[in-house]
Design a protein around this ligand. Structure first.
Ligand code: ADP
Ligand code: ASP
Ligand code: MG
Length: 414
């Protein structure tokens, strides 16, 4: 049966880690494999910077683009002989970005974003596929855009399940397959992206449609922990999680899994194995349909949050009409609310700080309402909280807003 392996940027950040990934993949030799890669570490962030510089027109995006080229070139010269065709392939992919940058900016931010940022995944998969070939692991490089058919909601495109199902079944016949996470294609053949960190979701969709036996996502951590080790010094591995608990953790922002990943797996009861690419002997975390009654606290941190408080200009009540207008704007800008709270005179929302969309949202809201906002905040969520876990999180912080339900407490802090 098919196994889907997904490698994120952290696992392919340099020559050493790429060699490690190749040896992991080789250990699955002779199995029906689909291997999904994200862009090389930090490349998506750098490409985002290129887009931003192109749109803002206050600095030269080619400087950043050259840094991305150099990063890839340095990897190529260590992995391949000078004559290898991959050098041309990579140059051609960069040319696609340069063509976009040569055009006058057409005010279509999200469209331009997808045409530029998607190249990160095309680069990494071409490099990895060629390097696997060089290591006697012949594979079929599949352009995800040939099978992931989406709407034209650039930056967060939704897949057309019916068409995608048909294309995947038609195009994936011979294994092993190497393909890109995170990207898709509209019916007019324009490239789309599925939302940041979307490669986990790509792997889950492939597994669902191919009725895979399991998905393994390879991370720089041992598995799913009860807290992000970047913020908490003592963390514990969660050996098994139910699909439902995993959806909750991902929904509140546990970066280790993209929130959309679980549903396609839950539907077909396909287990998701989260493992360490640094230590393949560790058993990792299994996410499956077994219910687990272990209700120990889990901590989730979302950084770079904006808290926007909206009130009526004359300080009257926030009424339904206003709320529906606010939601309409959020939907127009495609902004997801991470937490919301209302009082007699104001309505507050906590959202991710997208550097392009948030100023536009605030500008629109300010035409009708009084708007206050705080940037650079953190949203802490504790699942299955108790007094001890709360004091661990908030003891030394200024709290802007707090919300408690039976199983979950959330704090917005500076
Ligand atoms: P990828 O390389 O696949 O993109 P990510 O960087 O998105 O991987 O996800 C792995 C990171 O997720 C870890 O390095 C860790 O800092 C973070 N993380 C956040 N919450 C958790 C958690 N509960 N368990 C493990 N890791 C977590
Ligand atoms: N490369 C994309 C990102 O960094 C997608 C992914 O890694 O899943 O968001
Ligand atoms: Mg990621």
């Amino acid at each position: 049966m098919t196994k889907v392996l997904k490698f994120g940027g952290a696992s392919i950040q340099d020559v050493g880690s790429i060699k490690n990934v190749v040896s992991i993949i080789q250990s699955f030799k002779n199995q029906k494999l689909v291997v999904v890669f994200s862009a090389i570490a930090n490349v998506t962030n750098m490409l985002e910077k290129v887009v931003y510089e192109f749109v803002k027109q206050d600095s030269n995006p080619l400087v950043t683009l050259n840094q991305i080229k150099e990063l890839h070139h340095n990897i190529l010269i260590d992995l391949f002989e000078k004559e290898h065709i991959i050098f041309d392939t990579v140059n051609n992919l960069f040319l696609e970005i340069e063509w976009v940058l040569e055009e006058e900016y057409n005010n279509e931010y999200s469209y331009n974003y997808d045409q530029i940022v998607s190249v990160g995944e095309l680069l990494s998969t071409n490099i990895l596929s060629a390097y696997l070939e060089l290591n006697d692991f012949s594979n079929n490089l599949l352009d995800a855009r040939d099978v992931f058919k989406t709407d034209n909601q650039y930056q967060s495109a939704k897949i057309n399940w019916e068409l995608t199902d048909k294309c995947i079944k038609e195009k994936i016949k011979d294994f092993p397959v190497v393909t890109q996470g995170f990207i898709g294609c509209t019916s007019e053949n324009f490239t789309t992206t599925l939302g940041r960190e979307g490669s986990d979701f790509t792997a889950a969709v492939l597994a669902n449609i191919l009725n895979a036996e399991k998905v393994i996502i390879w991370k720089d951590v041992e598995g799913v922990l009860n807290a992000d080790p970047r913020f908490f010094s003592e963390t514990q591995l969660i050996k098994q999680l139910s699909f439902t608990d995993a959806i909750e953790l991902a929904y509140y922002g546990a970066k280790v899994i993209h929130p959309k990943t679980i549903q396609p797996l839950k539907e077909k009861k396909i287990p998701l194995h989260v493992r360490s690419f640094k230590d393949v002997n560790k058993s990792g975390t299994i996410i499956n349909s077994e219910i687990n009654n272990n209700k120990k606290p889990s901590y989730i941190v979302k950084e770079n949050q904006v808290l926007i408080s909206i009130s009526d200009l004359d300080l009257s009540f926030i009424i339904e009409e206003h709320l529906s207008y606010i939601f309409m704007l959020l939907s127009k800008f495609n902004i997801t609310i991470n937490l919301m709270q209302n009082s007699a005179v104001s309505f507050s929302i906590c959202v991710d700080n997208h550097n392009h969309k948030i100023p536009l949202l605030i500008e629109e809201l300010s035409k009708k309402f009084s708007v206050y906002y705080n940037m650079d905040l953190n949203l802490y969520t504790i699942r299955y909280y108790d007094d001890e876990s709360i004091s661990k999180v908030i003891s030394d912080k200024k709290i802007f807003l707090e919300q408690k339900s039976r199983n979950t407490v959330q704090f917005i802090t500076s």
